[in-house]
Design a protein around this ligand. Structure first.
Ligand code: VGL
Ligand code: ZN
Length: 214
């Protein structure tokens, strides 16, 4: 299998709460798990992000009296979509899907740990105030190219890919290995278009899985 030493696979939020029985279910979220497992052996560097919120997180509608999931509020100066309680630190929902081959993951980066700010991207919080360490870690390993996949296309996958680009990585979205929330119909298509316009290269998993073995 080809393992370019300067490429990394970034698995975004492959957690129970984003799968169909979870608290913030993404339609067909579980369908990407076998694709992640199949892709991992093709990469010498595999990282995963994990949404990892304290129970008092400001993105949870339940922490704002009278608010409902889907509404938007201002949270410390940033627009914040409110979500159901999800990915609470140490909960079952925050664990990776049990079907995910976790032995193939070299390092996990948690995000969303500060109750006052959300973090869709695996690199920075939504205000770009603090880094998770993922960018430096990848650069220290000589990574030049990242392949991003996971949940959800229109939130954490999108912002992870856009930040990767901004940090100077050649960035690919593995579209069929990602699924989105689609709060509004068309959000996923729009997210893919936004990524593409920014310079993210949109590919399908078979471009990696079906390369002729040298
Ligand atoms: C996500 C909403 C809230 C995601 C995380 O993983 O895309 N979306 N927290
Ligand atoms: Zn979250």
């Amino acid at each position: 299998m080809s393992q370019a030493q300067d490429s990394a696979l970034i698995l975004v939020d492959l957690q129970n709460d984003f799968c169909p029985l979870g608290a913030l279910p993404v339609a067909e979220g579980d369908k990407v798990i076998p694709i992640a497992n199949a892709l991992m052996p093709y990469f010498s560097t595999v990282v995963a992000t994990q949404d990892w919120h304290p129970a008092d997180h400001g993105s949870f509608a339940a922490n704002h009296p009278w608010r409902k999931p889907g509404q938007v509020i201002a949270l410390n100066g940033l627009d914040q979509v409110l979500w159901p309680i999800h990915c609470v630190q140490g909960s079952f929902g925050a664990e990776f899907d049990p079907g995910l081959d976790q032995a193939g993951i070299h390092k996990v980066f948690v995000k969303g740990t500060d109750p006052g700010i959300d973090s869709y991207s695996g690199f920075f919080d939504n205000g770009h105030r603090k880094a998770t360490g993922l960018g430096d870690w990848l650069k220290d390993r000589g990574i030049k190219r990242v392949y991003v996949m996971g949940l959800a296309t229109d939130y954490c996958v999108k912002f992870t890919a856009l930040d990767a680009l901004e940090l100077g990585f050649e960035t690919y979205l593995i579209e069929d290995a990602s699924r989105g929330v689609n709060l509004e119909e068309g959000d996923v298509a729009k997210a893919v278009a936004d990524m593409s316009t920014a310079g993210v290269q949109v590919i399908q998993s078979d471009a990696i899985l079906n390369v002729a073995e040298a």
